[in-house]
Unconditional design. Structure first.
Length: 197
């Protein structure tokens, strides 16, 4: 459905994430991948979706050569816990500390997605609450050694072993926790396609 409605656009996914690329394929989109490096630093006073909105929009700044029918899609995901953003861990010990802090607690996963053309920009975000049971140190170390989730915000993937054994419940979009609120992306693209006719 999306493929037909967006046939006059060049959809560019600016993400190296295999999970996001897989989601775009499953949404039946024609797209290309173009990842450009930016320094992902945000002002320290920002909180929650202010951070993810800012970073998703910042990633577009590397695209200064958009053609008329291009739509670049950028996104950013953080784990928000105890009034702090948990991004990707720096190393094993950092990941271990993050997971210890999430154990037995509820945290929030936020993903912002920014859609940008030469003439307009739209940013949307989604919020999911994730509840962890108490996780032992042995479980944390086993998970970090076997799954190596060092490329993931909050040091875990909900689709990994720790998600199977450690998550009691979630409130909101499951796929948002994996890095892309697929329903929201689909709806936004459908809206944009109808608006730009």
């Amino acid at each position: 459905m999306l493929r037909e409605k967006l046939k006059n656009y060049n959809i560019i996914l600016a993400s190296g994430s295999p999970r996001r690329q897989h989601f775009f394929q499953e949404l039946d989109l024609d797209f290309t991948i173009d990842v450009r490096e930016v320094d992902e630093v945000f002002p320290s006073e920002m909180k929650r979706e202010q951070i993810t909105n800012y970073l998703a929009q910042l990633k577009v700044s590397a695209f200064t050569d958009l053609k008329e029918n291009d739509i670049v899609i950028t996104s950013d995901t953080i784990v928000w816990h105890k009034d702090e953003a948990l991004n990707k861990p720096k190393d094993f010990e950092d990941a271990k500390a993050m997971l210890k802090s999430l154990s037995g607690q509820m945290h929030v996963v936020l993903t912002s997605v920014c859609f940008t053309s030469r003439d307009w920009q739209k940013t949307v975000y989604d919020v999911t609450k994730v509840y962890f049971k108490e996780i032992s140190e042995a479980q944390i170390e086993y998970y970090l050694h076997t799954c190596k989730p060092f490329d993931k915000a909050g040091s875990y993937g909900i689709q990994d072993w720790l998600g199977y054994v450690g998550i009691e419940k979630i409130e909101g979009c499951f796929f948002n926790v994996m890095g892309l609120p697929t329903r929201l992306v689909n709806e936004t693209l459908l809206e944009l396609a109808s608006e730009k006719k």
